[in-house]
Write a protein that binds this ligand. Sequence first.
Ligand code: C2E
Ligand code: CA
Ligand code: CA
Length: 436
Amino acid sequence: MLESSPDIWPPFETTLPSALGPPEVPALANMGLAQRRQPALLLVDDDPFMLGMQSRMLRSMGYTMIGTAESADAALALLGEGRAAVDVVICDLNMPGVDGLEFLRRLGDSDFRGSVIVLSGEGPRIIHAVQKLLAGRPLRILGALEKPAGRAVLRVMLDRWQTTIAPAPQRTLPTFTAADLQAAQQAEQWVLHYQPKVDLRTGALTGTEALLRWNHPEHGLVYPDGFIGLAEDCGAIGALTDWVLRAALAQLARWQEDGLNIHMAVNVSMENLRAPDFARKVGAMVRQRRLSPQDLTLEVTESRVMAISAAPLETLVRLRMQRFGLSIDDFGTGHSSLAQLRDVPFTELKIDRGFVHGARHNQLIRPMLEGSVGIAQRLGLQTVAEGVETEDDWTLLREIGCDIARGYFIGRPMAGDHLGAWLADWQAKQPRLIAS
Ligand code: C2E
Ligand code: CA
Ligand code: CA
């Protein structure tokens, strides 16, 4: 049964909005979630001392609706009986009897639709693994923290509840067909957006990456995840990449004529690299625009798990012999591995955002980020960090000597015409960011 900590006043039953009977505060089910300011919290921990300490802390942070349970069973009984509308369950992993993992599994099977923060003294690797385990559950995981959790991190997690509670309605896209792609190709419904890349030491704009969007007459802008796989499967990717290369090079030529001395990165599929004339074709396109091969970097991601085979490797070597830049994209994810780094003459290593954003305070990914930069430096490759979303990310990358950054902190993908305005904004804040 519910154990109410004596430290918490008023006690649980009256502080949490009841889902039964007349609610003090409207119950979860009866109101627009976004209207609520205060999440109702339920702390689950077998250690009464810890329960008391964490709830006192939460109270001092201004949270008033706090309940406690000293076992998973007590918490499940409480939530299952619908006696309390809980928004966020903060639970310990290591409990006797029903442990945190089983508790969360059962919670996922119940009709609980709130959020969860996992607390554990087990260290970052366990916490990370638990986060992965929970990813497939119908629970909203706000995060996992080492115990005891400090005020600052708890605040971040609970703020996350505020921002994720009313998620933007997900557009459900139809499944496109090969015929749709063909029609799009004929009507040229493609648009490129460009995302800036800047030098971490000087702050200078070094180039942009071209990101493809499908300007669909009914569905609006469709992002690459919605159609690149299909284009690869149905043989449309060849013509599509030709279009992307032509448009990106035309834009680059315009920027260079305007005096911007920058380069362009374009994503290519493994399928493109299988075409025997790909390297020759790209060479011809660049010459036609009077650009230099050094101005173009081709980014390669292996989307399927397999070793790079002879035909794509041949194309990559040909491209490199013409002095195009070659980038291993999403480095660190399952498909872009050390074996590819060993076998392909890459000039640039792009570290996936999963190893970049938040690395400063994450003891698990930070060494991997530092290690990746170290490997690239020793191999003489340029390093590009993706997913730089905060000033913390930016500062850490400067400290560890990464070369180039890209991400929302610097600029979102934008239409080519907007680059000038973005640059003016960026240059205004640049001095502060490269001050130390
Ligand atoms: P990518 O090359 O890793 O591109 C980065 C993706 O992350 C882009 O999404 C970009 O909008 C997004 N992004 C950029 N900065 C941040 C950040 O700070 N935080 C977060 N959370 N996200 C960020 P997008 O445009 O949807 O592209 C997804 C993927 O589609 C690309 O991943 C690339 O692999 C592929 N793609 C894009 N354009 C093309 C193309 O022309 N041809 C091919 N074959 N693939 C493309
Ligand atoms: Ca890319
Ligand atoms: Ca990437």
